[in-house]
Design a protein around this ligand. Structure first.
Ligand SMILES: NC(=O)c1ccc[n+]([C@@H]2O[C@H](COP(=O)([O-])OP(=O)(O)OC[C@H]3O[C@@H](n4cnc5c(N)ncnc54)[C@H](OP(=O)(O)O)[C@@H]3O)[C@@H](O)[C@H]2O)c1
Length: 364
């Protein structure tokens, strides 16, 4: 009965994409006592009003009394940057609250309070879709780490470059434009020393992370010219290498930009940045979601680590047909096909000549 309004909540919630972190995406529809839609709202930005508050504060004449609040996430019951939405719902004499999913944040528990105030509560409407919409928030709360989305662009045979490293361009303009758009909905884009050295990308994002274990990437690269940048390096690296890099950074990059570049030590395992430790460091710094854009070596390590929650796979209708071309994921040595790492298809979209398949991790 409330499914269509819930879908409208999802669309309203999406207006906050890329702006609400570390908060979830939330949209709200308010009906009057006769079931007529009288207001909508959404959480537009971190620190701004929650969706229910946004929708209810637009109503000035009490027309919501006896009405229904529909929202995709359980209303909050705690004081955060804004007062609890549950209190406003009670104050505005709402008769029924319908929501899609319970808040995975353990400090939120509003059902009891709503019921104790005589409000009917219905929940579980389009719950799976709601969980997908807030996959970042759910991962943050349940797994206490950033959500990881990995993007790769390949030929039909899964190659990201030729044996000589030639890779510009595999996919169409439209796909690359879509790739740039996807970057902006995550808190940070992450890449490696090898990819920056090979491609000299600038990744015009506000927040970038570079894995550079030995601080070998030249500061002249476009990557360093803009945005806030975290450079992750081996915590056992010799002090003189670090001091020299920081000195060069101050000398070769504008004063303003060099203040945006921070060098962060990280534990290393088997000569590789330890992915688990790195994610904990980034999570402590409130980086809630990361868009990984790297080559086959790091993609392979990341997949093997088990932390990749989502894959955006752009496929161009081209075949390289060369075993020495670089694969999108490398590094494993598998004999039995049952030892594959499994994902499930979430979405398929055609982009000019290419397709974009979105996968999420399969359960179990
Ligand atoms: N088609 C696409 O979507 C796409 C996207 C990005 C890149 N590319 C292509 O990929 C090519 C580069 O690929 P690549 O495979 O050589 O490099 P890569 O996968 O981007 O990076 C590998 C490097 O990452 C660093 N690293 C840090 N922690 C690691 C860990 N835990 N496991 C593995 N590596 C770790 C290592 O360098 P340090 O030891 O220096 O830390 C390692 O050499 C470029 O030619 C580029 O064109 C394609």
């Amino acid at each position: 009965m409330y499914e269509n309004y819930m879908k409208e909540c999802f669309e309203l919630a999406k207006k906050g994409l890329g702006k609400t972190s570390p908060n979830p995406l939330v949209g709200c529809v308010v009906l009057d006592k006769d079931g007529n839609k009288i207001s909508t709202g959404y959480h537009s930005k971190y620190g701004e009003n929650h969706a229910e508050r946004d929708a209810l504060l637009k109503l000035k004449n009490g027309e919501e009394e006896g009405g229904t609040v529909i929202v995709n996430l359980e209303p909050c019951s705690h004081h955060g940057k804004t007062p609890p939405c549950v209190d406003l719902i009670i104050e505005r004499k709402i008769k029924r609250v319908v929501f899609a999913m319970k808040d995975p944040n353990p400090i939120v528990s509003s059902i009891e309070k709503l019921k104790n105030n005589g409000i009917e509560v219905i929940y579980g409407v389009l719950e799976n879709e709601a969980m997908d919409l807030n996959e970042v928030f759910v991962t943050n709360m349940q797994k206490k780490r950033p959500f990881i989305a990995l993007k790769t662009a390949t030929t039909i045979d899964g190659k990201i470059s030729t044996r000589t490293g030639s890779s510009k361009w595999i996919t169409s303009n439209k796909s690359r434009e879509k790739g740039r758009e996807l970057r902006t909905i995550y808190d940070a884009v992450l890449t490696t020393s090898s990819t920056v050295i090979a491609d000299n990308p600038n990744f015009n994002n506000d927040f970038k992370i570079l894995l550079d274990r030995n601080l070998r990437v030249d500061l002249e690269k476009k990557f360093f010219k803009s945005g806030k940048i975290l450079v992750i390096y081996d915590e056992k690296l010799n002090n003189s290498v670090i001091d020299n890099k920081i000195f060069c950074c101050k000398k070769n990059i504008s004063e303003q930009q060099s203040e945006n570049i921070e060098f962060i030590p990280c534990p290393v395992k088997n000569d590789k940045i330890d992915i688990n430790s790195m994610l904990q460091i980034l999570f402590e710094r409130k980086i809630m979601s990361i868009f990984v854009e790297t080559g086959g070596v790091f993609n392979g390590s990341m997949i093997e680590s088990g932390f990749v929650d989502k894959i955006y796979h752009f496929i161009a209708p081209k075949i390289l047909g060369d075993n020495f071309g670089q694969s999108a994921f490398s590094g494993r040595s598998i004999e039995n096909i049952n030892d594959c790492i499994n994902y499930e298809v979430q979405n398929i979209k055609k982009l000019e000549k290419d397709i974009l398949i979105t996968y999420k991790r399969a359960n179990g």
